[in-house]
Design a protein around this ligand. Structure first.
Ligand code: MTE
Ligand code: MO
Length: 356
C-alpha cells in the first residue's frame, strides 16, 4: 500500500542540512493534541552551539544609551513580579522544504512550532528603571552563543525599534512549563516576543543595549523576504496565520503515509496568527471546504486555538487540507509564497490518506 506523494520538486537534503535537522528537532504533529506542548516536544533551533551557562554567575547587562546601566542576576530577575504566559512559537523557516528551491538551511517540513507556558518578568519595567536616553531608537539583544554564518563571525543578536519591543507582553523568561529553561531553550534566560517568529526570541541572553540607529545585524539581514539572494528584502516579523492538523489514522515507517478505516473520523488541530485571534478554520476534503468547530478563544491571541472537524471517511484515496483565517482577515494561501530564504511558508497543510 502506498499513498500518492504530494507533488513537489524535491531537491534532496545536503549533509549540512541533515546535520541541522538532526540537531534541531521539530514537534511531532501529534503534539497538536496538547494545548500546552509537553517539555521536550517543543521544536528547537540552535544556530551555533549551546553555551555553557551557570545560573548562579549569569548576568544580563542593560547598557548603551540608558541613564542607569543595570547588571541583573537571575536572582534579580526572579525577585521581580513573575508572569506566566502561553505563547505559540514558530520558526520563520517552518515549511521551508515544501517551498523549493530553497537556501541551504534547516529543512523543516511543518513541525517547527510549539505552544508552551513561559514564565519570566516583563521587560518594560526594567527599561523604565534603566531610563532609556532620548537619543535611543532601538534595542539590541545579544546571546552568549558565538559562531560564523555567511562568513561573518558573530554573537547571535536581534534588534528591534522601540515601538516594536516596548510592549507589555514581552518577557525575559527563565522557566518553561514550570521548570527552569532547559539548556537547549536558552538557560538561564531568554527574550520572549509573543506573536513574532522565533528568530527574534534571543536565547542565553547576556546583553540589552540601547542604540541611536536602527540595528541591522547579520541575522536580521538573513531573515528577510527576497526574490533573489542580493535583492532588496523585507524583514520577517509577525507570524503569518496558520492551522495544522494531527495527521489522522496510522502511519507506515519510515514513509509516514497515512492509513485509515472507513467511517467517522474526528480531525483535530490548532491554529494561530501573529495578527490576532483565529476567527475561522476550514477543512478541505477532495477539493471542497467546510467550517471546522473552534475551541474556546484563548485569553491572548499569542496562544494557539484548538479546532475539530467530523469527517466521514469513505474508502479510497483522499487529500485533506486545513486553512485558518484570523481576526485581521488574513487567510492562508493554497500555494507557497516563495522567497529565497524559504521563510513564512504558511500555505495550507495537505495530508494524503488511504481509507480502507
Ligand atoms: N541566542 C540564540 N537565540 C536564538 C537562536 C539561536 O540560534 N541563538 N535561534 C532562534 C530561532 S531561529 C528560533 S526559531 C528560536 C527557537 O527557539 P527554541 O529552540 O527554544 O524553540 O530561537 C531563536 N533564538
Ligand atoms: Mo527559526
Amino acid at each position: 500500500m502506498t499513498v500518492t506523494q504530494i507533488e513537489t520538486t524535491w531537491q534532496g537534503v545536503t549533509l549540512s542540512e541533515l546535520g541541522q535537522a538532526a540537531r534541531n528537532h521539530g514537534m511531532q504533529l501529534e503534539g497538536l493534541r496538547y494545548d500546552v506542548t509537553p517539555l521536550g516536544m517543543h521544536y528547537l533551533v540552535i544556530h551555533f552551539d549551546i553555551p555553557a551557562a551557570d545560573e548562579a554567575s549569569w548576568t544580563v547587562q542593560v547598557d548603551g544609551l540608558v541613564d542607569r546601566p543595570l547588571t541583573l542576576s537571575v536572582d534579580d530577575l526572579r525577585s521581580r513580579p513573575a508572569v506566566t504566559r502561553p505563547v505559540t512559537m514558530e520558526c520563520a523557516g517552518n515549511g521551508r522544504a515544501l517551498m523549493p528551491p530553497r537556501a541551504e538551511s534547516q529543512p523543516w517540513l511543518l513541525e517547527a512550532v510549539g505552544n508552551s507556558e513561559w514564565t519570566g518578568t516583563a521587560l518594560s519595567p526594567i527599561l523604565e528603571e534603566a531610563g532609556l536616553g532620548a537619543e535611543a531608537v532601538a534595542l539590541v539583544f545579544t546571546g552568549a552563543d558565538h559562531g560564523i554564518q555567511g562568513d561573518v563571525e558573530q554573537d547571535y543578536q536581534w534588534g528591534f525599534s522601540l515601538a516594536d519591543i516596548v510592549r507589555d507582553d514581552v518577557l525575559l523568561a527563565y522557566e518553561l512549563n514550570g521548570a527552569p529553561l532547559p539548556p537547549q531553550h536558552g538557560y538561564p534566560v531568554r527574550l520572549l516576543v509573543p506573536g513574532w517568529y522565533g528568530m527574534c526570541c534571543v536565547k542565553w541572553l547576556r546583553r540589552i543595549t540601547a542604540v541611536a540607529e536602527p540595528f541591522e545585524g547579520f541575522q536580521m539581514g538573513s531573515y528577510q523576504l527576497r526574490q533573489d539572494p542580493d535583492g532588496p528584502g523585507e524583514y520577517v516579523t509577525r507570524q503569518a496565520v496558520r492551522a495544522l492538523m494531527v495527521p489522522p489514522g496510522f502511519t507506515d515507517f519510515p514513509g509516514r503515509n497515512r492509513f485509515l478505516d472507513a467511517g467517522p473520523c474526528r480531525l483535530i488541530g490548532r491554529a494561530w496568527s501573529g495578527w490576532g485571534h483565529i476567527d475561522r478554520v476550514e477543512v478541505g476534503a477532495d477539493g471542497g471546504w467546510a467550517d471546522a468547530e473552534l475551541g474556546p478563544k484563548p485569553d491572548s491571541p499569542s496562544s494557539w486555538r484548538a479546532w475539530s472537524f467530523d469527517w466521514q471517511a469513505a474508502p479510497g484515496e483522499h487529500e485533506l487540507a486545513v486553512r485558518a483565517t484570523d481576526e485581521s482577515g488574513n487567510t492562508q494561501p493554497l500555494d507557497p509564497p516563495w522567497n529565497y530564504g524559504g521563510f513564512m511558508n504558511n500555505a495550507v497543510q495537505r495530508v494524503r490518506v488511504l481509507v480502507r
